[in-house]
Design a protein around this ligand. Sequence first.
Ligand SMILES: [Zn+2]
Ligand SMILES: [Zn+2]
Length: 300
Amino acid sequence: MRETAERKRIDSPGGIFWENIIALASTHLLGLGGIAYCVLVRCSVWTWLLAAIWMTLCMLSVSAGYHRLFAHRTYRCAQIVRIFYLLFGAASGQASILRWAADHRVHHAHTDDEKDPYNVTKGFWWAHVGWLLFRGPPVDFRTVRDLQADPWIRVQDRFYLPIAVGVGMLLPTLIAWTWGDAVGGLLIAGCLRLMVQYQITFSVNSVAHSIGKRAYSTAVSARDSWLTALITMGEGYHNYHHRFPGDYRNGFRWYHFDPSKWWVWILSKVGLAWGLKRVPAEMVRKACEAVLREKAPAEA
Ligand SMILES: [Zn+2]
Ligand SMILES: [Zn+2]
């Protein structure tokens, strides 16, 4: 019951969301501090390598884990992979799986309308970060009952903050301490990594709803762009994703840059993932043709 009261307090709508503002501002300030530390102190090359590894693990956990596995259930995987997503997804500082997936499912059900948490029709910067700075309506956990049934996901929700700080900040600090660069571990692999990751994730809600092509559906603002895909682990093929959210691929064609898709495919080849859902090529072709007919009504 304490949890319910806590959620009501956190979710009460209206007003400035100071906790988020302080968390985002301090992450960005410390991330910039990390750049200054490197310029002034010259941190170890191993620290940069650690930051790159942490970035990759965290990005995969959000894209292939939070997004494609938990929010959309586009494939199934072994418990060890789910726990990896649970740990490094929390380290990405984007809320627990339950809250993230609940928001995201509403985003898909109400894209571009008033209920969309990161509604781009309210402006690019609103979709990018503005929506996080103000308290929204209570999160509707009824949309994530399937996820609530998993005890590991409930534990992650309950202990989200210690997991986020532990895996996102303390662990890289400890690892870098072994080569004498604990400060670099915290500022570069912890804070600067998180700052960059925030900007990349925010871009999926802003840039991927503003720049690019709409080859599969013109019903929503979501767009496909290889450039956005390049920085977002493949999430930039966002028009395809909104048209076919049940597909584990966002980059539908084999040459589309979608490392999250390749990661899931590799997992399936070593027996750690299965039940990968793919939309038949024929259905994709029909969606493209419908968009072409819309764009050239005179020729129809
Ligand atoms: Zn979207
Ligand atoms: Zn989605």
